[in-house]
Design a protein around this ligand. Structure first.
Ligand code: AHM
Ligand code: MG
Length: 336
């Protein structure tokens, strides 16, 4: 029978993926369903951010007397509340919280762990520039009851799903469960994410590099040499590359995924361990990029192989098209 994919909703797609695993209990599917709801709730607020006065301080009062929240705190709370009651999670951690999120007792003994960055690119919120939500899901390692830090601090290759929601010219939900990367675009008129980019593959090469080049003087000379190389004029090797930098990791990596190239946040004199967070940002984005056929390293090894020791740990990251990351790696290892 021919199955139509014309109106393949995200929920239908998730369900069809689940059917490939006869042993599936539906718990994982329900976690993903809850995430799609959280995404729509956050999108609703993000899309009216310019209309209602919810930007700025956390404690503004709106016309109806409600206390208004900053958008990133709103997103954090929305995701937390939506995910609390699935009953399928045992632990949650958010970039906005210091330690593990305290979960309601009746609902904290599920099989899965959710780690998320509620609103990435927070410095762009007030300027109507692309922002995003990132999530990462692990299976618990402890056997029962409430989850703990051991359940969270697993290397990225153990993720069972990862994804992001990008609030840009349109809103997209992009995710992987280890069977390729799939993108869904929100049709706001019906409130559904519809399949728009099935099985995304990152081009093996790309002419864009993406980095905060203002930090140039804080970088290691080997890395400076690599960036200088990208800017040299040499028609044959396609140089100079073009620079693109939004300052929202989700947006910069989404572009890299579709057009090819490399996104980097290296270590520097100010941030000796890099700036971006392994658990909330680098692991999920690396899982997605690898699933799309790209690479993600910290300069020495795969991001996904780093054994985390704390929730908020940072790491340098070089991520994108395979050939671009490999070229960067050569400079970092001074093989050039
Ligand atoms: P955030 O989670 O507080 O928004 O910070 C992370 C962001 C990334 O999205 C982005 O890639 C990076 O910080 C930009 O940093 P910089 O302003 O140093 O270039
Ligand atoms: Mg972030």
């Amino acid at each position: 029978m021919l199955i139509s994919t014309k109106f393949m909703t995200l929920e239908r797609f998730i369900r069809q993926q689940e059917e490939k695993f006869p042993q599936a209990t539906g718990e994982f599917t329900n976690v993903l369903f809850a995430l799609t709801l959280a995404a729509k709730l956050v999108w609703r607020e993000v899309s009216k951010a310019g209309l209602v006065n919810i930007l700025g301080t956390t404690e503004q009062i709106n016309v109806s007397g409600d206390i208004l929240k900053k958008l990133d705190l709103f997103a954090d709370e929305t995701i937390r509340r939506t995910m609390f009651y699935t009953g399928h999670l045992c632990a949650m951690a958010s970039e906005e919280s210091n330690g593990l999120i305290e979960m309601p007792t009746k609902y904290n003994s599920g099989k899965y762990v959710l780690i998320y960055d509620p609103l990435d690119g927070s410095s762009n919120i007030d300027a109507n520039i692309t922002i995003g939500t990132i999530f990462s899901i692990f299976k618990r390692v402890t056997s029962f009851g409430q989850g703990n830090l051991d359940d969270c601090l697993q290397p990225g290759y153990k993720q069972v799903a990862a994804g992001y929601i990008i609030y840009g010219t349109s809103t997209m939900f992009v995710y992987t469960t280890g069977q390729g990367v799939h993108g869904f675009t929100l049709d706001p008129s019906v409130g559904e994410f519809l399949l728009s980019n099935e099985n995304i593959k990152i081009p093996p090469k790309g002419k864009f590099y993406s980095i905060n080049e203002g930090n140039y003087n804080l970088w290691d000379p080997k890395f400076q040499k690599y960036i200088n190389y990208l800017k040299e004029i040499d028609k044959q090797s396609g140089r100079p590359y073009s620079l693109r930098y939004i300052g929202t990791m989700v947006g910069d990596i989404h572009r890299t995924l579709l057009y090819g190239g490399i996104f980097m946040y290296p270590a520097d004199k100010k941030n000796p361990n890099g700036k971006l967070r392994l658990m909330y940002e680098c692991n999920p984005m690396s899982y997605i990029v690898e699933q799309a056929g790209g690479r993600a390293i910290n300069g020495e090894k795969r991001i996904l192989e780093i054994q985390p020791d704390s929730l908020h740990q940072q790491t340098p990251i070089f991520i994108g098209s395979t050939e671009e990351v490999t070229l960067c790696e050569k400079f970092l290892k001074e093989e050039n």
